[in-house]
Every structure is written in C-alpha cells, then in structure tokens.
Design a protein. Structure first.
Length: 314
C-alpha cells in the first residue's frame, strides 16, 4: 500500500465515483487509476468499492471504514508538510481564505491589511462561494479557513469561531414612501409594510435568507421577491434603479458611502445572525493562521483555538 493509492481512492470518492473526472483531476490515465484500486483491494484482501460491471457505484460497508482511515492518514501526511513549512519557512507561506462576497467586501479588507502588515511574505488568496460550497472546500482542504454566516457551524468536521453579530437592513431610495415613516414607526416597521413593495434580496443560500422567509411566513404575508442575488452590491444597484426595496446584511450598508440610499434597520423582524470563521478539525495550523483567526475572532486565545481544533490531543 502507498500514498498514491490512498490519494486515488480519496479522489474517486470526492468525484462521486466518476473515474474519468478522477483521472483528469489527478493528471493520470483512467486505466492507471483502475489498476491502482484493484491492486490496493487485492493487497488489503477486501472489496472497497461496489461495482456494476466495470463501473464503480459506491463504497462497500468495509470500504466506508477504509475510506475514513485513508482520510485520516492523508490529513496527517499533509499536517507533516505543514509542520515542515512552519519550522523551515517561519514567516512564509500561503493563506487561502474561503468567503462569501459580503465577507470579502465588507468584513475582511481591514483584517487582511493588518495581516499583510504583520506577515508580508505570506501570500493571501480569496476563494468566493456559497456557505455550503465553502464548507465543502474546507473539508476537501481547498481553503485554509472560511468565513460565512450559514452552514459552517452545522457541518461535522469543521470547527468555527464567532466573529461578529449582525442583522438585516432595508434599503430604499430617499424618495421612497418608507422613508416617510417617523423614527418610532421605522424602528417598529412590520413585515406587512415591507411586503407592500417588490423586494430584492439574497439568494436562498446566503446571508440569513431563511430567517427573512420565515419572518414573512409568521406574519402571514407573501412577499413579492422579484430578484435574488448573491451579494449586497448587486441588490443595492437594483434598488438604486428603483426596481424594488432591498433587504441586505446591515454590515453592507454605510450611509456615508451609500449616499444614494436610505437604510432602515430590521433586526427586530429578521433576527440576529453571527458570522463565523471555520477550519477543518484536526489540521495542523501554521502560526500565521492562528493570528488570522484571532484577528477575526479576538475573544479567543491560541490555547482555546488549539484545543477546539484537536480536542483529543493531550
């Protein structure tokens, strides 16, 4: 048995048992992948994959256990590489941050500037995606950390740390009827009042959309959501051309910057939300990653982070 066989088997599982995609991802031939798997099964003395003819359909019961062991082995091998980098290249390396557009645009800029000032030799990359995509990217180690609101804290194998709390804001043009509400009325604006107008808000996978839908349902009103988008900038653009009323994350509205819009906080309607930074459980984190986590979640000390990443470690 060897690491190459382990990586082939892991990639087959990740590619949903498609050998063509697996061979392309590994830059090798499909017959080569098939041969490596058969040799591995012969050496192990059991069948890892269920087959229908020559096609792999899934994992056998013992194959599920084998796959879990392989995943741990490869993770520890990758950790050895990180240990080597940590001590051989103290302040050099790469930090790949998975994030939604809102986090990239409004939360991370100042943090990344501070991080680069402290670690100028570390290359920083941003990989944007939906919260579910970010969770998958963490688990497959395509990113080092991920920042999002939904999903991360619910996925097994991911450790998260709360960064900040936020709520939604309704945005409208300055001459919109909702701007005529008194301060008291605006603070107590209802779902029914908002639903009088066409609404532009997030796609269902982003920024608390589920809580928006749930609040309208509880109020017994059916909103006319005429446009869904994955980021607040797009929503604000279409509010500006008077397509409808926008509902965005509060962090994405700044009255000094968004002078063409008026914001009405609606946390009382759609609740409070917490953005989190997540890492894959069990990884060896470079020193600069601990610093980045603490920049995002300053209430956590390094010892706490290490314990949560490796809860069984003495």
């Amino acid at each position: 048995m060897n690491l190459q066989q382990f990586r082939y088997i892991r990639e087959i599982i990740r590619r949903n048992y498609n050998l063509t995609e697996t061979s392309q991802a590994l830059y090798t031939s499909q017959p080569g992948v098939s041969k490596a798997v058969i040799e591995f099964e012969d050496e192990l003395g059991l069948q890892v994959f269920e087959r229908h003819g020559k096609r792999i359909k899934g994992l056998t019961k013992p194959g599920q256990t084998v796959a879990a062991v392989i995943e741990r082995i490869i993770r520890e091998v990758d950790n050895l590489k990180r240990v080597s980098d940590e001590y051989a290249k103290q302040d050099e390396g790469e930090l790949i941050i998975g994030c939604t557009h809102t986090q990239a645009r409004y939360f991370l800029p100042e943090i990344i500037v501070n991080f680069k000032q402290k670690f100028p030799k570390v290359r920083v990359s941003l990989a944007e995606g939906s919260p579910q995509q970010l969770a998958n990217m963490l688990l497959s180690e395509e990113v080092d950390v991920a920042v999002a609101t939904e999903t991360l804290g619910l996925v097994s194998g991911i450790v998260t740390f709360p960064c900040y709390e936020w709520s939604h804001t309704v945005v409208v043009k300055p001459d919109h009827p909702l701007t005529e509400l008194t301060s008291s009325q605006a603070r107590n604006i209802t779902a029914a009042q908002i639903a009088q107008y066409p609404i532009i808000t997030y796609d269902s996978a982003f920024s608390g959309r589920k809580s928006i839908d749930a609040s309208f349902a509880v109020a017994g009103v059916k909103p006319d959501i005429i446009l869904e988008a994955i980021d607040a900038d797009v929503i604000k653009t279409y509010v500006d051309v008077e397509l409808g009323v926008g509902i965005i994350a509060g962090i994405a509205f700044n009255p000094r910057r968004d002078t063409n819009l008026v914001g009405i906080p609606v946390g009382h309607l759609f609740g409070k939300h917490i953005s989190r930074i997540g890492l894959r459980k069990g990884i060896f984190a470079r020193d600069y990653i601990f610093d980045f986590i603490q920049m995002c979640a300053p209430n956590y000390k390094r010892e706490q982070i290490e314990k949560m990443l490796n809860p069984t470690k003495e």
